[in-house]
Ligand binder design. Structure first.
Ligand code: R2B
Ligand code: URA
Length: 309
């Protein structure tokens, strides 16, 4: 099978607009963003989304609804009612709070890459400028206290390779997944200014897995052929390789945002220390408290940026 290394990256445009890397789109009379239940001929994208500066995505609808609520409160934005703009798609959920779009992305690369194709097109059609994308999510930590917040500065796959591998037209296509280090530094700085939050925020390497169970070396799935020693060896190896946390979307998020050259960062809280076990055993209240931590950092960043604009 042919292997293609696709290192292409769009040039940043002078006007801050987001440009796509697909010449075919100009031939479309109208474009249906199927999983968002939006269409360029029936919706006025510029009017609906033209002022978007921040897109925050996370796994679940509930979390992204809560993020929308938090944004409304923290930024003093009067929204009479938060409506799920994409409710009729029955796939993702999307809320708009002033210059912020809060969207659920489901689980795994397949799900988030569908969303990203459509969100990047939305931002392009809406002629948005200088947009920053965030994934504010959950992850499993390796050797860090549950509740630690991790800002991803590097992502690797299950074989510790730093690219997103796709199969296109019967070929293996490898696209680098990288993150803007300046943005990461800025986030790190904002985290350091947070007043005694009672948890750590660290910058480090994330492993992106295709599955929650066997690919993450868990031994509590429905199928498992390795034993506890194998698991511990593997996790220790990952730790030695500098991996702080494991999640399931970073490669697609990193490679797609890099490709079209839009600023993007991943902030995840760890729900479990994998060196202590596989199962996530948090009370509802603990879970709720933990998942707010990446949201808080994203909001602090947005506040800082909005103060400058
Ligand atoms: C983190 O949590 C989900 C699995 O529980 C997955 O979407 C991820 O990346
Ligand atoms: N999400 C993951 O992908 N892995 C974990 O261990 C926790 C959340």
């Amino acid at each position: 099978v042919e292997i293609v290394y696709d290192n292409f990256q769009m040039k940043k445009s002078q006007d801050g607009r987001l440009h796509l890397s697909n010449k075919h789109l100009t031939n479309l009379q109208s474009d249906t963003l199927y999983h968002l239940a939006l269409n360029t001929s029936t919706h006025n994208f510029e009017q609906m989304f033209g002022d978007i500066k921040f897109v925050c995505m996370g796994g679940t609808k509930k979390r992204m609804y809560e993020f929308a609520q938090l944004a409304t409160k923290e930024l003093n934005i009067m929204e009479s009612k938060l409506v799920d703009i994409t409710e009729s798609s029955h796939r993702f959920s999307m809320f708009k709070i002033g210059p912020i779009l809060s969207i659920s992305h489901g689980m795994g690369i397949s799900s988030i890459s569908i969303l990203l194709h459509e969100i990047l097109k939305l931002l392009h059609y809406a002629k948005c400028t200088n947009v920053t994308l965030f994934r504010i999510g959950t992850s499993g930590g390796i050797g860090v206290e549950p509740g630690t917040v991790v800002i991803t500065n590097k992502v690797v796959d299950e074989l510790l390779r730093p690219f997103h591998e796709l199969h296109i037209l019967g070929k293996i296509v490898r696209r680098p997944a990288t993150f803007d280090q300046k943005l990461i530094e800025e986030l790190g700085q904002i985290a350091r200014l947070q007043n005694n939050p009672g948890y750590k925020t660290i910058i480090g390497t994330t492993m992106c897995a295709m599955d929650f169970y066997e690919s993450q070396s868990r031994i509590d799935g429905a199928i498992c052929n390795h034993n506890l020693d194998d698991k511990m060896d593997r996790l220790t190896k990952l730790k030695k390789a500098g991996i702080i946390n494991i999640e399931m979307e970073a490669l697609a998020f990193g490679s797609m945002c890099r490709y079209v050259n839009v600023d993007a960062a991943i902030i995840c809280v760890t729900m479990v220390n994998r060196l202590d076990g596989d199962q996530i055993q948090l009370t509802k209240q603990e879970y709720h408290e933990l998942q707010k931590r990446p949201q808080k950092l994203a909001i602090d960043f947005i506040k800082k940026r909005l103060a400058i604009i």
